[in-house]
Design a protein around this ligand. Sequence first.
Ligand code: BG6
Length: 255
Amino acid sequence: PVMNEVSGLRNLEEELKQKMQLQEVIIVPGDSDKAPYVKKEMGRACVSRLKKLDLSQNVIAVTGGTTLAAVAEMMTPPAHGEDILFVPARGGLGEQVENQANTICAKMARKASGDYRLLHVPDQLSEEAHQSLIEEPGVKEVLELIKSAGIVIHGIGDANTMAIRRKSSPEVIETLKAKHAAAEAFGYYFNQAGEVVHKVKTIGLQLQDLENCELVITVAGGSTKAKAIEAYMKRGLKNVLVTDEGAAKALLEGS
Ligand code: BG6
């Protein structure tokens, strides 16, 4: 039965890859909407995929979210004692402390026996304060490290869920609704066609920076996230998608 389950998942990966025109998909059993340990399984899969790369001298940028927190939980030191430096992908995005990229970045580094740098950018800044902050040497240094990241690991959220979780203003929520936002990733909101319809104002990694990365791992699962995953993946990125059976099946059932 175990063999059947494994080969069943490999088939599912192949089907999803074809249907969504993806470069690489890794599916773990279960549905993280129903069983929280499934997030940790995605975390484990993400970590082992990461370790296929030469991690020496690499900067890894990470986002926040409960899924990335599970990735951090499952992180282990690299096999050959490589030096890894973790940085948060973007500045303040209105998340609670435990979901913030900074928190996850520090935790990941600790688990990987690596190093980290944090980005201290408050969520609501005036244009003036923002400008002077990015000129600060400490902030500048971290921003350069983020731009140099060869690896990015990020989550995807359902647009509405994320807007509410971030306590976005009624105006922003209205805009997202009017523009049919479906997915969210590192502060960018996308419609079902994968077009950017809104962006949280903060510094750090920009969408176009992903094109220069050696590896981008997108970790998102749960059947309720299927539409969001589909929307974001419409961008046709070379990302490795780590997901679960719940999301995969919902994606394959959807038209
Ligand atoms: C945010 C990330 O913190 O978490 C996003 O910036 C991501 O990239 C979101 O979409 C996902 O959260 P969760 O809890 O569903 O993993």
